[in-house]
Structure formats: C-alpha cells, structure tokens
Design a protein around this ligand. Sequence first.
Ligand SMILES: [Zn+2]
Length: 101
Amino acid sequence: MRIKKGDNVKMLAGKDRSKTGKVIRVDQSAGRITVEGLNVWKKHARPRREGEKGEIVSVTRPVRASKVALVCPSCKKATRIGMRIDGDKKERVCKKCGATI
Ligand SMILES: [Zn+2]
C-alpha cells in the first residue's frame, strides 16, 4: 500500500464515490485507510446507564486501500502511484505527470 497519512485521495467505490478527502489513518496490516469526512455512517447507541439517553453517533469507517486513488498534488488528477529510486531513497511518483509526491 502506497498511500500515506495526510494524502488526498478520491473514493472509487461505496456511497462516497468520486468524493475526495484527506487520509487520517492508515492500517498497513489490514490494508485499510480512514478518510476524513468520508464513508461516515450513523450508529445508534443504546443507553448504557439509568438516565442516559440513546443517541445516534457518526462513525467514520475505514475503507480498503484499493478503493481509493491518490489525488496528485501537482496535476490534481486521481492517479496510480509509481516508485522511483533516487540514490538510496525510494520516492513516490505520479503515473500521470511524473511529479514526485
Ligand atoms: Zn500528477
């Protein structure tokens, strides 16, 4: 998975497809990412104690990393990510315009 926290991504599937947002969490082992303000679902919480009210809370659910595409910061297009080796460090490049991300 080549998406990192702080990247801007475009949703390709699900109810928020074609919307863009910022990655706020990356779970490498599960291959899932959480995008700020996208894939938000309502959850109904029951009252747990006497006198407490049940409420509807909004939960941002993680999505599979393959269901999003990175939005390139220089060409603003949803793109795939390539890798380039520059000396001894690897860098990510935009497949569409070739810019280093
Ligand atoms: Zn680009």
